[in-house]
Design a protein around this ligand. Structure first.
Ligand code: KIV
Ligand code: NA
Length: 265
């Protein structure tokens, strides 16, 4: 199978084919996501929430992101693998951003990195790009800044923030980013961003006027239960299926139904 590249993603936008993107954090799941034909796999720092049980994305470390990313890369033959650089590993200065990126690329074998923010991190973005590593931007609700926002509600509803977001998107394109995620912003604004830049805009909670969609795997599979924002379409009830399987297993063990003769040596 032909590996997805930044060129292929750009061609998708140019001909109006929507880009599909999902998160994955481990080998077994990534293997299924890749086989299903997802264009981009994001090793998101949402691993901090769904894998480690932290309340925010802030605690996850660079080493932990590399562990998740290397497991995903080993599973993938077609999807383009993007890795979040975690909080504290790129904002400080551009040398640190490049050092973190090089560790991710060398130690995991991923294809690109993602960073949150616009003009605030432009030196870091430029430095990473200068090393030949594709960079995906992330604007709107950027969870690494949750304590600045104070809430997970929709961003950029007012003109000042909307205008800055639009300017940041143009800046990221100018710097050379290959795509941008926009999270939880009004659909009209997201559409305007997608029309104002030539690179793919991937939305989450950003409506249908963008060039692709991303969801957190465990949310769309119905494994996480407490998180049900309006933008989340749940494609399966894996929690229900798992509870049933585990319950049946417990019953079979207790009743001595499992294992039977055919399941023994
Ligand atoms: O970490 C993550 O899962 C993300 C997506 C929600 C875009 O950044
Ligand atoms: Na993220």
């Amino acid at each position: 199978v032909k590996r997805i590249t930044t060129h292929i993603l750009q061609e998708m936008k140019d001909r109006g084919e929507k880009i599909s993107m999902l998160t994955a954090y481990d080998y077994s799941m990534a293997k299924i996501v890749d086989a299903a034909g997802i264009d981009i796999i994001l090793v998101g720092d949402s691993a901090s929430n769904v894998m480690a049980g932290h309340e925010t994305t802030l605690p996850i470390t660079l080493d932990q992101m590399i562990y998740h990313a290397s497991a995903v890369v080993r599973a993938v033959s077609r999807s383009f693998v993007v890795v979040d650089i975690p909080f504290g590993s790129y904002q400080g200065n551009s040398s640190e951003a490049l050092r973190s990126t090089i560790r991710i690329m060398k130690e995991s074998g991923a294809h690109a990195v993602k960073v949150e923010g616009g003009s605030e991190i432009k030196e870091s973005v430029a430095r990473i790009l200068s090393a030949g590593v594709p960079v995906m931007g992330h604007l709107g609700l950027t969870p690494q800044s949750i304590y600045k926002f104070g809430t997970y509600t929709v961003r950029a509803k007012e003109d000042t923030e909307a205008n800055k977001l639009l300017e940041d998107a143009k800046l990221l394109e100018e710097l050379g980013c290959f795509a941008i995620v926009v999270e939880k912003i009004p659909a009209d604004l997201a559409k305007k961003v997608a029309e104002s830049v030539s690179i793919p805009i991937i939305g989450i909670g950003a409506g249908g006027g963008v060039d692709g969609q991303v969801l957190v795997m465990h949310d769309m599979l119905g494994i996480t239960q407490e998180f049900k924002p309006r933008f989340l379409r749940q494609y399966a009830d894996l929690q229900g299926i798992m509870m049933e399987a585990f319950g049946q297993y417990i019953k079979d063990v207790k009743s001595k139904d499992f294992p039977n003769e055919g399941e023994s040596y």
